[in-house]
Write a protein that binds this ligand. Structure first.
Ligand SMILES: [Zn+2]
Length: 58
């Protein structure tokens, strides 16, 4: 079986076992999946959508 590794878009850390992580569609283009680790959310690290360039804190 193949294990999918999901990484935080800001920090690049795996969120596979991160219970506080969030995965949501980009608010800008609604197509790209944004992955945020718990740590990145707590520290309000900015992310940028690789598809449309949207920058956001949520
Ligand atoms: Zn986007």
């Amino acid at each position: 079986m193949e294990k999918k590794i999901v990484k935080c878009i800001s920090t690049g850390t795996s969120v596979t076992n991160d219970k506080g992580s969030a995965i949501f569609n980009c608010p800008g283009c609604r197509k790209h999946k944004i992955v945020r680790s718990y740590n990145a959310r707590q520290t309000s690290v900015k992310y940028k959508c690789p598809a449309c360039g949207f920058i956001g804190p949520n």
